[in-house]
Ligand binder design. Structure first.
Ligand SMILES: *Cc1c(COP(=O)(O)O)cnc(C)c1O
Length: 501
């Protein structure tokens, strides 16, 4: 398919206005010198209809949640009701300026304040901050809070414990926060090895970062024991809340003893994500940690009945994001929580857990589970039996695309011996039984193809506009200019099908 630049026709314009309209206007009098284009064509020369058709066709090559299931494990790609978008787009929200006098934006501040209270109630924490823009950003802020807490108490600690199953952002954030990362091995059930944890947890350790259900999709029943071990040595417990879609109304991290929590509002709380944002990785803390929260935060003065954007105080770790953070995500979250209600939130998690266990039960004959037990809101199976036919999990994923579906997460988690050639399926609550059955049928069909016609898989996808991509090329040969693109295109002789654009 051609780039918009390749569709240039010399002299073609995006508009045509009556010639005499500008007769009286001298461009030099209207624009500063630097803004005047002196004959150099920087943009493609195409008409308006060329542009509209180009981008409409391009958008049809895409696959998104409005097309079908997006069962990526560890991502919670649920359908996001359009009412969230509609309310977040109300004029009073989108035109509110963060520097507007507080009395003119009371409604916006009230939403941030109320959302804080709702999230406290849902997770059992004492106070939230809306600052961080993503889960990883929330992790870093949470870790800096933990660090400041210990420094403030004259208790200097250097290590952070992280299970081997953790999401990669956990060790990255701990290292950025200045800590030495110590890995805790999983046991044969796929959860934290308690003996190993007891051995590693000492007075030089800040605490443990835990995801529960963990990133393999398994609930860690050892949580009470884990809490005793970590708090017993004066440590703090960090909850990676990316998997909260399995916990709403069922278990609250605050009740389980966690001291710091981050939530991925763009995952659990129904904001479209992927492709880079915007998201919100809000963090909640227990009472003792409130003074260290990032600044500013929204407070309510009950005498004046007014909301304020207030400085958090001198112990704060400082600012992680300006003003109201990613406000539109907060409005969508608020809308979603209110439109679900407490029972709806509980049903969300219950349904997502049932969905994942249904998929697991139906697939386990064809794809061996990494751990043979009930799962949380996502299940991990493996494609390792098909290696003997020369088929990798990657080939299975590519073949799924031929059937018009988005593949699940693959090769994550990837610690052997249990989790190897993994396929991680997260079928969120928004997917119907019919959709799940369709996905299951495709997976079973592919398992048969792997045995009888492996080449169909190793050369897949066949039906997509772009065939198998070179995954590492984008890092090795970044395309920053049109010339880069042309050079590379020449070298590689793109495998794309000829689509007449
Ligand atoms: C998605 C995820 C993260 C990171 O969150 P981002 O919003 O992508 O930065 C951290 N931990 C787990 C378990 C996740 O699934």
């Amino acid at each position: 398919m051609k780039l918009i630049f390749e569709k240039t026709v010399k002299g073609r314009d995006g508009y045509s206005l009556p010639q005499d309209l500008f007769d009286d206007i001298r461009i030099e009098e209207c624009l500063p010198e630097y803004a005047i284009n002196k004959g150099k064509k920087l943009l493609s020369e195409v008409s308006e209809v060329d542009v509209v058709r180009h981008f409409t066709k391009l958008s049809k090559l895409n696959y998104g949640l409005d097309d079908g299931i997006y069962p990526l494990g560890s991502c919670t790609m649920k359908y996001n009701p359009k009412i969230n978008e509609k309310l977040a787009s109300l004029g009073n929200f989108i035109y509110a300026h963060p520097l507007a006098p507080e009395e003119t934006v009371q409604g916006c501040l009230e939403i941030i304040y109320d959302l804080n209270k709702l999230l406290c109630e849902i997770t059992g924490m004492d106070e939230y901050t809306m600052g961080p823009a993503a889960g990883a950003h929330g992790e870093l802020a949470g870790i800096l809070i933990m660090r400041k807490y210990f420094v403030d108490h004259g208790d200097i600690r250097h290590k952070m414990l992280i299970p081997d199953s953790a999401h990669g952002t956990n060790p990255a954030s701990a290292a950025m926060g200045g800590f030495q990362v110590v890995e805790v091995k999983s046991n044969e059930k796929g959860t934290v090895d308690l003996e190993e944890l007891a051995k590693l947890m000492d007075e030089d350790t800040v605490g443990l970062m835990l995801t529960n259900p963990n990133t393999v999709g398994l609930y860690d029943e050892g949580i009470e024991e884990i809490e005793k071990i970590v708090h017993g040595k004066g440590g703090l417990l960090y909850y990676d809340g990316a998997n909260l879609n399995a916990s709403l109304g069922i278990i609250r991290p605050g009740d389980a003893g966690f001291d710091v929590v981050h939530l991925n509002l763009h995952k659990t709380f129904s904001t479209p994500h992927g492709g880079g944002g915007p998201g919100a990785g809000v963090i909640g803390v227990k009472k003792d940690l409130i003074p260290y929260l990032p600044t500013p935060n929204v407070t309510f003065n009950s005498n004046q009945k007014k909301y304020y954007l207030s400085d958090t105080g001198e112990k704060s770790i400082g600012m992680v994001r300006a003003f109201w953070a990613n406000f539109s995500v907060l409005v969508k979250t608020y809308t979603w929580i209110l439109s679900m209600g407490p029972d709806g939130l509980y049903n969300t998690s219950e349904t997502s857990i049932i969905n994942a266990n249904y998929v697991l039960a139906k697939l386990k004959k064809y794809y061996k589970p990494a751990y043979d037990r009930y799962c949380g809101h996502e299940c991990t199976v493996t494609g390792r039996e098909y290696k003997k036919y020369g088929v990798k999990t990657l080939d299975i994923a590519k073949r799924i695309m031929d059937y018009g579906m988005h593949p699940p997460t693959i090769y994550f988690p990837h610690f052997e011996p249990y989790a190897e050639e993994t396929i991680m399926v997260e079928p969120p609550e928004s997917e119907s039984k019919e959709t799940l059955d369709k996905f299951i049928d495709i997976m079973i069909k592919i398992s048969d193809e792997a045995k009888t016609n492996p080449e169909l898989l190793t050369t897949a996808p066949h039906n997509t506009p772009i065939r198998r991509t070179n995954d590492a090329l984008a890092i090795k040969r970044a395309i920053l200019t049109y010339d880069d693109e042309l050079k590379l295109k020449d070298e590689l002789k793109y495998q794309e099908k000829d689509i007449d654009f």
